[in-house]
Design a protein around this ligand. Structure first.
Ligand SMILES: *Cc1c(COP(=O)(O)O)cnc(C)c1O
Length: 388
């Protein structure tokens, strides 16, 4: 591969380039503390399910104000283990929004359940509460709600419909660490919630990691068993299990990052306000829509809707400005999930998901990238004005 290609394909780190996200910047900001934490774990000789993981579980539980947090191997695992723990079994149908990471639907398949895709609503970009009732069939036992881009879904409506239809609710909070609605953190509304600590998330580690949060002691106990071979306290297998554990090094790093989460989320919100204000005049002249605002939004992504998205994205890349797409295509267009959009949803199609999949563009919003904000806006203004 030539240097030129390496430059295009690799992370945009050269002079003047603005990456869409760069977890290394977060590490460098807190490097002495992180290095000490990692060294402490290595010296301790306890690498799996030790004091760091337990301390992190308690600290994250108190941050979320949810009694139980169980560290697991990834966000995908957290969704799978949460679904299993709330009682979803093979052959059950689980409602999943079509506009989400493929991991959300994949997590359903891994316990032999069948994802049933549902369109999202325009404002929140989360599963449309009005469609849940229509999509739920006799085999439907749960719904996974994704707080997309960090904006809380309409949980009150969703929970009341789910109760009426006896559906368990699992929140996919992979974008929404610290997001809140009506004074409550997301993750506390459903029967269980899944978090990912993938490096680019609002709370990320330096590898894979995840957690399940729940208010139920029974669900928590079930996740604790199934994350480790289905063992009970005496290491006796009581049921089928997985091996999905948050390791001590990741937990120790998460303990360094967690106390900074509120201030980092506040920086994301300030950056979003800046983009909102700067883009407002452009939005009038160009086909561009800024994101719906809510106080509890933690802006994992600042995702605009913009016409000619792919052309704009390429023009920004030529100016050294990295962007990303979360997500395209909609899950109903992935070959693996092609048959999962049946019934009423199929007749109606997925108009909102399709529109978003064709128009969403995520600008850099990571707190450490704040100094580049003017460059992002001037680049975007230039691209829109020139139409190149
Ligand atoms: C990142 C992500 C996941 C998966 O998390 P992993 O830790 O990568 O397994 C699930 N759902 C959403 C919405 C995500 O963004």
């Amino acid at each position: 591969m030539s240097d030129k290609h390496a430059k295009i394909a690799g992370p945009a780190q050269g002079a003047g380039r603005v990456p869409q996200a760069d977890p290394g910047l977060k590490y460098r900001r807190l490097r002495p503390e992180i290095d000490r934490a990692v060294a402490r774990v290595l010296a301790s000789g306890t690498f799996i399910l030790g004091p760091e993981t337990e301390a992190f579980e308690n600290e994250f539980a108190s941050f979320l104000q949810i009694p139980h947090v169980i560290g697991v191997g990834s966000g995908t695992d957290a969704i799978t283990l949460a679904l299993h723990a709330v009682g979803v079994t093979a052959g059950d149908e689980v409602l999943v929004p079509a506009m989400t990471a493929s991991a959300t639907a994949m997590a359903v398949r891994r316990i032999g359940a069948v994802p049933r895709l549902v369109d999202v609503e325009s404002d929140t970009r989360a599963i449309d509460p009005d469609l849940i009732e229509r999509a739920a069939g006799p085999r439907t036992t749960a719904v996974v709600v994704v707080h997309l881009h960090g904006l809380p879904a309409r949980m009150n409506e969703i929970i009341s419909i789910a109760r009426k239809r006896s559906l368990a609710v699992v929140e996919d909070c992979a974008h929404a660490h610290g997001a809140h609605l009506d004074g409550r953190k997301v993750g506390s509304f459903g029967d269980a919630a899944a978090f990912s600590f993938y490096p680019t998330k609002n709370l990320g580690c330096a590898g894979d990691g995840g957690a399940v949060a729940t208010r139920s002691a029974d669900i928590a106990a079930r996740v604790r068993r199934s994350r480790q071979y289905g063992w009970d306290r005496n290491r006796v297998c009581m049921e089928d299990g997985f091996n999905s554990r948050l390791d001590e090094i990741q937990a120790a790093m998460l303990r360094v990052f967690l106390p900074h989460l509120n201030e980092d989320n506040a920086k994301r919100q300030m950056l979003a306000r800046f983009y909102d204000a700067e883009l407002a005049p452009l939005a009038k002249r160009h086909a561009l829509k800024v994101q719906f605002h809510a106080d509890g939004h933690v802006y994992h992504q600042y995702a605009l809707e913009i016409e000619h998205r792919d052309r704009v994205r390429a023009a920004l890349a030529r100016r050294g400005i990295g962007t990303a797409i979360h997500y395209s295509p909609g899950l109903h267009r992935h070959p693996l999930f092609r048959d999962n959009g049946g019934g009423e949803s199929a007749e109606r199609g997925f108009p909102v998901t399709d529109r978003l999949a064709n128009s969403l563009l995520s600008l850099p919003i990571q707190p450490e990238l704040e100094p580049h904000r003017f460059k992002v806006i001037s680049g975007l203004s230039e691209v829109l004005a020139s139409g190149d």
